[in-house]
Design a protein around this ligand. Structure first.
Ligand code: SF4
Length: 214
């Protein structure tokens, strides 16, 4: 979708209203370090953040560094994260990432997009979460299922592919807004613009939303 002046004005109005409505929106995953946020984000696939936070409360104490995950007994790690679902793939991904982080980056989660997406099982979404929220680097917008749905409904993109949606959003919003705007859209998707029954009557964006596909 071309980022015309009209499209940018539409986007700016949306950003302003979201800021008024969700002034303190932030990441709802608990973490104290980039590694913890990376692990929590891997665990959050197909799982609620509340459940992930319950699991990571003990997980982070048991595995305080990348080396702990790298040398963990894989079946034990699977049991430790079992309640988040898809635990075999997630355990493999966490361990694979931590081995690479240890061998290639001295145990520190890298701060570069190319290096992060080179880790096993890590795509742009997870990399953007880690860079934006743990390191404060606006590398792009986090396009999860909420952001993708709302961006289409609001007419900010016509794309379905997350990377193309991200490109459209990055062309409409200033880089300094990307991180906080991603959090605000995710909160909006959970609270009001839900997948099945969006609460358009209660929505602060209703007056400017074309409600595409609703
Ligand atoms: S008006 Fe409806 S479709 Fe548009 S953003 Fe609000 S809840 Fe979503």
């Amino acid at each position: 979708m071309p980022s015309t002046a009209a499209a940018k004005r539409h986007a700016a109005r949306i950003a302003r209203l979201l800021a008024e409505h969700y002034p303190h929106a932030s990441c709802s995953l608990d973490f104290q370090s980039p590694l913890e946020l990376l692990v929590a984000t891997i665990l959050s696939a197909q799982c609620t953040d509340q459940r992930v936070n319950r699991v990571t409360k003990t997980l982070f104490r048991k595995y305080p560094t990348a080396a702990h995950y790298a040398r963990a007994d894989l079946p034990q790690l699977e049991r430790d994260i079992q309640s988040t679902g898809f635990f075999r793939n997630k355990a493999k991904s966490i361990q694979g990432c931590c081995i690479a982080i240890l061998e290639q980056y001295g145990g520190q989660v890298p701060k570069e997009m190319e290096k992060l997406v080179g880790l096993p099982g890590i795509g742009r979404k997870t990399a953007n979460v880690v860079l934006g929220t743990a390191y404060g680097i606006p590398s792009g917008m986090v396009v999860d299922t909420h952001v993708a749905r709302i961006a289409r409904r609001l007419g900010l993109t016509a794309e379905k592919d997350p990377e193309k949606i991200e490109r459209d959003l990055m062309s409409l919003f200033a880089a300094k807004e990307w991180v906080v705007l991603s959090h605000r859209l995710i909160h909006h998707g959970r609270a009001i613009c839900t997948a099945r029954k969006p609460k358009c009557n209660e929505c602060p964006l209703e007056s400017l939303c074309p409600r595409i596909g609703v």
